[in-house]
Design a protein around this ligand. Structure first.
Ligand SMILES: O=C(O)[C@@H](CO)OP(=O)(O)O
Ligand SMILES: [Mn+2]
Ligand SMILES: [Mn+2]
Length: 546
């Protein structure tokens, strides 16, 4: 039996099954297709609720927006619905603040003799990391503010939008450029690009080589040369039939003499237009950090004006200059728990480490109280995740189980990444394996929580693996030309399960009259389970003493 540092309080364990929502149970639901005896057991023994994890429930603009890890973990940790992502930028556009300050400085740099404005980001309308509309607005304002030389560095998605649409997005962008430059002497061009999982958008320092590939392509103009972005996409697809947009090799667009059309030079202005930080921060650091930068050998770093769309890391104040200021999220649930003196553990593999720490804590990397909080980062594999779909589920469970056996922690939270990361590959069979590994890990944790006389809460941050096919407007599965399913790599708008099983003898029942239960109700639920006071502005708990 474990001893906890807070007498009389049993350990509370939260497991976030990343990207494991509740689907229809049809032939494209990898969660239903997987054998999940452990989750079935939880559903039968404890409280089972379904909560919303998308759209306005997590602070996004509309209920057609799928959930994602950033907003999901922010919302779970904050206990409130905070305006998020695209919506934050939309508000700044509406109020006009976005075109003041940093934007004006970027324009000033870019319109000085011979200089250019570089826009780097994800070419997508998925609204998870970037917004198509924001990019168009940047182009409009660059034109009205007199930016004559503009270069775009485009990362292909295939993850938040239908896969194998990079060519369509590139064509749309080319059209948008023509619309704005036709009949003018504006020199605006696409200068480089690549698939987001191999170019630039690494996260949590899992693989700096990805950022280095982007740096060579966007900044130095030294990646594989192509005469145009469309030529790059066609050729790379011919070389690897069926390749996902996420994996398209980094490239540089060159002119007839083989010269890169848009490397970043001294005096230029660079803006990363992604609003989400986890996959934008590493390239940001490569631009703004001094000699201490250790990610990779940058060569000569151009002396430029740099701005990000918004703040990507609150603790390190990165980037120091941004177009839109971020929301401040205070009194998050782990801050409240830290104030009570209870000890906390956060464990996750690298791919979701910042989700369980930084996003969970309202965009703050450091513990609130280093004396009482421990963060464990379990290194993720550096291969495509459908090749090793069990990911680090077992290892993550090992840490939680060991911590429970040794005692000392009152609140232990962890993330199991497989349902989401493998779901993003669009590989249905591998996603089933990933979900089964998650199920086993949850089962082992449940056994340890029971042995410790604790309480277990299991939920998810958004859907993904439970809906693995692209659908038409009527919700019918779409197929490729050869009749095979058009596998989906993106998240979903489905609800997620919430299981509460208390092995300590406390008895709970679902709280009555909670309106539109969602992820924002989790924090109060946890505080009630810990017998701590719930801050007044939190959304209510979903359980009450029976
Ligand atoms: O991989 C990512 O960056 C996003 C999808 O774009 O997934 P998640 O929100 O689950 O981290
Ligand atoms: Mn997620
Ligand atoms: Mn995801």
């Amino acid at each position: 039996m474990s001893t906890t540092t807070t007498p009389g309080v049993r350990p509370l364990v939260l497991v976030v099954m990343d990207g494991v929502g509740t689907g229809t149970g049809d032939a494209y639901d990898a969660v239903a297709a997987a054998a999940t005896p452990q989750l079935d057991r939880l559903r039968d023994t404890g409280i089972h609720l379904e909560v919303a994890a998308h759209g306005t429930h997590v602070g996004l603009s509309s209920d057609s927006d799928m959930g994602n890890s950033e907003v999901g973990h922010n919302t779970m940790g904050a206990g409130r619905i905070i305006p998020q992502g695209a919506k934050r930028v939309d508000d700044a556009v509406r109020g006009g603040e976005i075109w003041e300050g940093a934007w004006q400085d970027a324009v000033a740099a870019a319109t000085a003799d011979g200089s250019a404005l570089h826009l780097i980001g994800l070419l997508s309308d998925g609204n998870v990391h970037s917004s198509w509309d924001h990019l168009m607005l940047l182009l409009d304002h660059a034109k009205s503010d007199g930016v004559t030389r503009l270069r775009l560095h485009t990362l292909f998605d295939g993850r938040d939008v239908e896969d194998r649409t990079a060519d369509r997005f590139a064509a749309r962008l080319e059209e948008a450029l023509v619309e704005r430059t036709d009949g003018t002497d504006l020199d605006w061009q696409i200068a480089s690009g690549g698939g987001r999982m191999v170019t630039t958008m690494d996260r949590y320092e899992a693989n700096w080589g990805v950022v280095e590939a982007g740096w060579r392509a966007h900044v130095q103009g030294e990646a594989r040369p192509f005469e145009s972005v469309s030529k790059a996409i066609t050729t790379l697809r011919e070389e690897t039939p069926g390749i996902s947009d996420q994996l398209l090799e980094a490239f540089t667009v060159v002119d007839a003499d083989g010269e890169a059309v848009g490397p970043v030079r001294d005096g230029d202005a660079v803006i990363i237009f992604n609003f989400r930080g986890d996959r934008a921060i590493e390239l940001t650091r490569a631009f703004v950090e001094g000699d201490g930068f250790a990610g990779f050998d940058r060569g000569t770093v151009p002396d430029i004006f740099f701005a990000g769309m918004t703040l990507y890391d609150g603790d390190t104040n990165m980037p120091p200059v941004r177009l839109v200021q971020p929301p401040t999220i205070t009194d998050t649930v782990s801050e409240v728990i830290a104030r009570s003196g209870m000890h906390q553990l956060a464990a996750s593999e690298t791919q979701k480490y910042g989700h369980m720490t930084y996003f969970w804590n309202g965009n703050r990397s450091d513990p609130f109280d280093a004396e009482t909080e421990t963060y464990i980062d379990i290194p993720s594999d550096q291969i495509e995740f459908d090749k090793a779909p069990r990911m680090k589920a077992a290892e993550t469970a090992d840490y939680v189980i060991k911590a429970l056996e040794e005692g000392g922690y009152t609140f232990l939270r962890s993330n199991l990444a497989g349902g989401d990361m493998v779901g993003h590959t669009g590989n249905f069979e591998a996603t089933i394996t990933a979900v089964e590994a998650v199920d086993e890990a949850v089962g082992r944790i449940a056994t340890a929580v029971e042995a410790a006389g604790g309480c277990l809460v299991v939920t998810a941050d958004h859907g993904n693996s439970e809906d693995m096919v692209e659908r038409d407007k009527q919700g019918q599965p779409r197929t490729s030309q050869d009749g095979t399913p058009l596998w989906k790599t993106a998240h979903s708008t489905n609800p997620v399960p919430l299981y509460v099983v208390d092995y300590s003898g406390h008895r709970w029942e679902p709280a009555e009259g909670v309106e539109a239960p969602g992820l924002s109700n989790l924090a109060a639920t946890l505080l009630v389970l810990l017998d701590l006071e719930v801050p007044q502005d939190y959304r209510p708990a979903l359980i009450a003493p029976a």
